[in-house]
Design a protein around this ligand. Structure first.
Ligand SMILES: Nc1nc2c(ncn2[C@@H]2O[C@H](COP(=O)(O)OP(=O)(O)OP(=O)(O)O)[C@@H](O)[C@H]2O)c(=O)[nH]1
Ligand SMILES: [Mg+2]
Ligand SMILES: [Zn+2]
Length: 300
């Protein structure tokens, strides 16, 4: 095979995904629309790939091994959020009221994938903030970092707080629609609009809502990244075995060792350490309810 510059394989990173077509960033920062060879695209945003040029576009030959993959597994489909990320930032806000179940699911998926996770509670300026903060108390207790911000109203403060958290890492921003994910990305990424480029600008025309996952660099050296994603409604966890679930919820897993039966499901078994802790208020009722809800789903 002649290795002319037009057909040589090159390394790259998927920075945006639109179904079968993805945008790949080359080693020197150029962004090129690429197609996968197969019928179905198997690479996701964050993937390192091997690709080659074909006329003005590119073809992906292989997806390189991943350090991490965050995904959800619903009843009928698997949906990858991003690959090769170090950290998950779940953004929720005082308004619109967030689903605690969805938040818990995102944290469980991250734990299963060995990805560090933090919560951003946005819109501190709104009256509903106090109630939202109260709802997150169990997460603070179980050791999850909860960062209260007003991304729009107190941007300087927010930027300073987030710079520490994001430095040197690849961070996926996940959360319900309207929470402020794009506000966060635009605050931290000065040239966000430029990085999005023509392709997704065209897709997003006239809309605020994010429709595609998008990788942004925070710095010129490309050592820190932020990945914006569309809001989600469903978050299936069928990749998790029922007996693994408690271990992925730190506040519940903490007491699972105290159960009489080694295979206790913490539902209504006698001598259950989790139910005893629930009774004493050591585990919040809401968290145990979410555990039961997910467990029922995984068993079904
Ligand atoms: N009051 C208040 N509003 C805010 C704050 N931060 C963001 N907003 C507003 O919240 C709305 C939604 O923000 P976005 O950043 O577009 O939300 P998103 O999470 O990207 O939403 P999707 O792309 O639909 O998933 C916008 O109207 C923002 O101006 C804040 O600190 N306080
Ligand atoms: Mg958005
Ligand atoms: Zn038990």
């Amino acid at each position: 095979m002649p290795s002319s510059p037009s057909s040589a394989e090159q390394p790259g990173r998927v920075v945006s995904g639109h179904g079968r077509h993805v945008v790949v960033e080359t080693a020197d920062g150029e962004r090129i629309l690429c197609h996968s060879r197969g019928k179905k695209s198997e690479c996701v945003v964050g993937d390192r790939v091997s690709w080659q040029r074909s006329t003005d576009e590119g073809v992906i030959d292989a997806t390189l091994p991943r350090t991490s993959l965050l995904y959800r597994q619903d009843a009928w489909k698997t949906k990858a959020f991003a690959a090769n990320i170090d950290q998950l930032l779940v953004v929720v806000a005082a308004e619109p009221v967030f689903s605690e179940s969805q938040l818990a699911r995102a944290l469980i998926a991250a734990r299963e994938a060995h990805i560090d996770a933090r919560i951003v509670l946005n819109k501190r300026d709104l009256p509903a903030f106090a109630a939202a903060e109260q709802r997150l108390a169990p997460y603070v207790t179980m050791g999850t970092d909860v960062i209260a911000l007003a991304l729009k109203k107190e941007p300087a403060q927010a930027r300073e707080r987030l710079a520490d958290v994001l430095g040197g890492k690849s961070t996926l921003v996940l959360g319900p629609s309207g929470a402020g994910k794009s506000t966060l990305v635009n605050l931290m990424v000065a040239d966000a609009a430029a990085q999005v480029g023509e392709i997704s600008k065209a897709l997003n025309s006239g809309r605020h809502t994010t429709t595609a996952t998008q990788w942004y660099w925070l710095d010129a050296d490309r050592t820190s990244a932020l990945i914006d994603s569309p809001g989600f409604q469903e978050f299936g966890l069928r990749q998790i075995a029922p007996n693994e679930l408690a271990g992925l919820m730190p506040d519940i897993g903490r007491y699972a060792g105290e159960c009489r039966f080694y295979n206790c499901k913490h539902v209504h078994e006698p001598g259950c350490g989790v139910l005893a802790a629930l009774e004493l208020g050591e585990i919040s009722a809401g968290r145990h309810r979410i555990y039961l809800e997910i467990l029922a789903e995984l068993a079904g």
